[in-house]
Design a protein around this ligand. Sequence first.
Ligand code: NDP
Ligand code: 8X3
Length: 252
Amino acid sequence: MSKIVFITGATSGFGKACAELFAGNNCSLIINGRRNDRLQELKHELEVRFKVNVYTLAFDVQDKKAVFDAIAQLPAEWQAIDVLINNAGLALGRDYFEEADMDDWETMINTNVKGLLYVSRAIVPFMIKQQKGQIINIGSTAAKETYEKGNVYCAGKAAVDSISKAMRIDLLRHKIKVTAIHPGAAETEFSKVRFKGDEQKAAAVYEGYKPLSAKDVAEVVYYTSTLPAHVCINDLVVTCTAQANSFYTFKD
Ligand code: NDP
Ligand code: 8X3
């Protein structure tokens, strides 16, 4: 089989754009998300369009048992995973610390931090067996600078930054590359999810400048996977030209 790429959160945004780009470059894909209808639709579309093999695994990354059960039942030919893209994630709410919904905090920590850990632990043994592989963790500019009302989302992404460093050190002896990619504002379903379906609030985030698209981010992710075996991009921040960091965006 061609290169096998496992993508979490492939039903939308960066994950879906990565699925399209990697499939377009003849990779076999294992795609995950909670919305199985979207996974099936994407599988069909990619198989027809690019003549590649696509395996779907619908599970919630927050559910440790579901993660390990799903990955354990992968057929042998799908276990030789070359690239894991830990992308599934979300922000919920944008509120002052003392006003934020604590259930939202739990969901963000369980998804963005614990989910990434579970999926990685379930897949790393396959990479160790092969003594090769690449784990690409999607962080955020929010990992690099904590902003007002970003509290637990920023903390979770800072944890992804730190976990990426830890993985890089500990997996060195198994020849596994670990790449952390930290995008700035990108127009996906992210803000619709963050503002719980409030389309106006979500659209306002991207007004007055040209944000990144999901495809822009996918192209950067893909590039990091094309380098020679001895070359690894460890940490990469990518923003649109109008954005300097979490704090500064130039709006016309
Ligand atoms: P989208 O909302 O468009 O996509 C999020 C994806 O994550 C969906 O496919 C969703 O699938 C999946 N997902 C969410 N929760 C779970 C879960 N519990 N289990 C499995 N899958 C889940 O957002 P983006 O594409 O923008 O976000 C992707 C990643 O990029 C996130 O980690 C986000 O924090 C990060 N990011 C986003 C930025 C942006 O500005 N858009 C900037 C920097 C980082 P489903 O609902 O089907 O489960
Ligand atoms: C998503 C980008 O600026 O909303 O990680 O935190 S931001």
